[in-house]
Design a protein around this ligand. Structure first.
Ligand code: ADP
Ligand code: MG
Length: 264
């Protein structure tokens, strides 16, 4: 879904965000902006605070300090379903699929959960609900065709290949019609072919006017897909800029490669 903003304005701004777990400063006074229509990558070693950052942006956890602005509105204190309704959608680092649901059902249930689907109208089958339901089903059909899962819509999601399970998650996130899509290591554990296919998919998503914030380890993917990179280490911003600047940044290479190897 495209929105009426100039391309160089911020869709998301994180200001002085901090979150500690016990003594660990997972995210430490972090500030950055994601510009409209960008594919913005977050990189950093294991434990740098990347997933925590996503949990803070999407309201899964509350920050100790700082705030998150989305489309010039403060979304810091909102519940996850409210944040989703504003147009922020995500996938998780670990695939989360119910074992006994088909691809179609998984995406359908996902849209109800993320859009704060209210149970009462569903029980009474009101006209508004039926309209919403058929709108949702159309949107899901469109999304499943778009990500290449329409042919397997009646198969159990959890029994698909790893690559296709990721696609189910992406479809579930896209079916909510987001302005901003957050992807947490979506290509981890994938072979080159699957990675390439997903990269193409992300480019297409972006061409539809959806801004992407992606956590990734694969430097090739990051350099060829994104137009802005924020490097974080120990919860703090280490560097920021376009890929050509970041990939040759000595401090980044040392911190990122050094610690990444230690975790390999
Ligand atoms: P990344 O995604 O960059 O690998 P995380 O955000 O998962 O890093 O973790 C950052 C730090 O916060 C790590 O030290 C991790 O152990 C810690 N952490 C993350 N979530 C929790 C939690 N729910 N409880 C306690 N510690 C956590
Ligand atoms: Mg993580």
């Amino acid at each position: 879904m495209s929105i009426d903003l100039p391309n160089d304005s911020a869709i998301l701004t994180v200001q002085n965000l901090s979150k500690s777990f016990g003594g660990v400063k997972a995210v430490n006074n972090l500030s950055f902006s994601v510009l409209q229509n960008n594919i913005h990558a977050i990189i950093g070693p294991n434990g740098a605070g990347k997933s925590t950052l996503f949990n803070l942006i999407t309201g899964v956890i509350k920050p100790d300090m700082g705030n998150v602005q989305f489309l010039n509105q403060d979304i810091t204190s909102l519940r996850p379903d409210k944040i989703a309704q504003h147009g922020v959608s995500r996938t998780f680092q670990n695939i989360r699929l119910f074992p006994d649901m088909t691809v179609f059902e998984t995406v359908l249930i996902g849209t109800y959960q993320f859009t704060g689907g209210n149970l009462l109208p569903a029980l009474f089958r009101t006209k508004t609900f039926r309209n919403k339901e058929s709108e949702a089903k159309e949107r899901i059909e469109e999304t499943l065709k778009f990500v290449g899962l329409w042919d397997v819509r009646n198969e159990y999601a959890a029994q698909l290949s790893y690559g296709n399970q990721r696609r189910v998650e992406i479809a579930r996130a896209l079916a909510t019609n987001p302005h901003l899509l957050l992807l947490d290591e979506p290509t981890a554990g994938m072979n080159q072919k699957e990675t390439k296919e997903l990269m193409n998919l992300f480019s297409e998503v972006n061409h539809q006017g959806i801004t992407i914030l992606i956590i990734a380890h694969d430097m090739h993917l990051v350099n060829s897909l994104s137009n802005q990179i924020t490097v974080i280490n120990f919860g703090e911003k280490l560097a920021e800029g376009p890929p050509e600047l970041i990939q040759n940044h000595p401090a980044v290479l040392e911190a990122y490669m050094g610690r990444a190897e230690a975790h390999a």
